[in-house]
Design a protein around this ligand. Structure first.
Ligand code: NAD
Ligand code: UDP
Length: 346
């Protein structure tokens, strides 16, 4: 079994993306060798130039599509991979409802190809990007890892299915050693302001939308619903700083290196919720200007409130969210104000 000393090279799928790029920084800074595969469907290679600037060391970048199993196999033949962190996926919930085939094909076929190639090359250490969406809309809050899984969109179901596949794999072959990390709401950016979230088109998510309003790219924020059963009526989520989240992956790699557990899932959240209005106020403080907003009807499919029970990650991964909502907003603003058009302006 691998120990920390023998896990030297980590393959990061989707490493040019938002969470992947932040995780690459932490991996490189901790002395891992990093090989990124990404087809750049939702990222720009510039993110990895910035990663190299922050870390003082570049990851290997290979423009490979996970749907191309032959190319993926060649990556494992060329590099001696010890563990894989699997971020690559399409992630827009609404788009997945409109294009289920594209989502299932990319997220499921890509994942199956990866697992098959890993097994062929005897690589069984895996950290998987799951999501709080696997808890569906009928579990009580806070969400715990042992609750039943269900989801309300093709995107969410691709995460539930991937978790089921990983459970089946680890039941069939004890060599698999898998941590599935269920992220709550990742926001923020690296404090350097060099990397951050760079959504294509109109942002679907709250924090990038607010920051584009602040930078003048959008007129106002639409707040979807002020009649939820929450303190101020707006939706409540468990926001987590992307650097904390990135560090959760390193903790998971270390856990896999010291303990063979076959398959285990962990919530990565702060364990407490903030409302949309809480986030707007914190962002106004960070950027020193007011964020115009209008209340609109609830967004279809939205849940009023959810947050994590984060105790399993604390006990087993020795991981806790450390950064505050204020620092999530300050770091988002630092990134957005230095890069008003994201990586487009290079
Ligand atoms: P992202 O879109 O920024 O990153 C995903 C990366 O995967 C992109 O760089 C994209 O180009 C790449 N990719 C997609 N399909 C690919 C393929 N077939 N082959 C190779 N590369 C491919 O998204 P992110 O926010 O960094 O999310 C990373 C992971 O975390 C995803 O699996 C996502 O579902 C999951 N997740 C994200 C959130 C969130 O709110 N951001 C929440 C929960 C879970
Ligand atoms: N939200 C909003 N306006 C927006 C985007 C999001 O009011 O433009 C709200 C949304 O209804 C939810 C919260 O902000 O209550 C977080 O939404 P996001 O899409 O970021 O995360 P998710 O709903 O996927 O957890």
């Amino acid at each position: 079994m691998n120990t920390r000393e023998t896990v030297k090279t980590v393959l990061v799928t989707g490493g040019a993306g938002y969470i992947g790029s932040h995780t690459c920084v932490e991996l490189l800074q901790q002395g891992y060798e990093v090989v990124v595969v990404d087809n750049l469907v939702n990222a720009q290679q510039e993110s990895l130039n910035r990663v190299a600037k922050i870390a003082g060391k570049a990851p290997v970048f290979l423009r490979v599509d996970l749907l191309d199993e032959v190319a993926l196999d060649a990556v494992f033949s060329q590099y001696s991979i010890d563990a894989v962190i699997h971020f690559a996926a399409l992630k827009a919930v609404g788009e997945s409802v409109a294009k289920p085939l594209a989502y299932y094909h990319n997220n499921m076929t890509g994942t199956l190809n990866l697992f098959r190639v890993m097994a062929q090359h005897q690589v069984f250490q895996l950290v998987y990007s799951s999501s709080a969406t696997v808890y569906g809309d009928s579990n009580p809050i806070p969400y715990r890892e042992d609750m039943p899984l269900a989801s309300t969109s093709p995107y969410g179901r691709s995460k539930v299915m991937a978790e089921q596949i990983m459970m089946d794999l680890s039941a069939a072959d004890e060599r698999w050693n898998i941590a599935s990390l269920r992220y709550f709401n990742p926001v923020g950016a690296h404090p350097s302001g060099l990397i951050g979230e760079d959504p294509t088109g109109i942002p679907n998510n709250l924090m990038p939308y607010i920051s584009q309003v602040a930078v003048g790219r959008r007129e106002h924020l639409s707040i979807y619903g002020n009649d939820y059963m929450t303190a101020d009526g707006t939706g409540v989520r468990d926001y987590i700083h992307v650097v904390d989240l990135a560090n959760g992956h390193l903790q998971a790699l270390q856990l896999l290196a010291r303990k063979h557990q076959r398959f285990s899932a962990y919530n990565l959240g702060a364990g407490k919720g903030f409302s949309v209005l809480d986030v707007v106020k914190a962002f106004e403080k960070a950027c020193g200007q007011s964020i115009p907003y209008k209340f609109e009807p609830r967004r279809a499919g939205d849940i009023g409130e959810f947050y994590a029970d984060a105790s399993k990650a604390a006990t087993e991964l020795d991981w806790r969210a450390a950064r505050s909502l204020d620092s999530m907003c300050a770091d988002t603003w630092n990134w957005q104000s230095k890069n008003p058009s994201g990586y487009g302006q290079v």
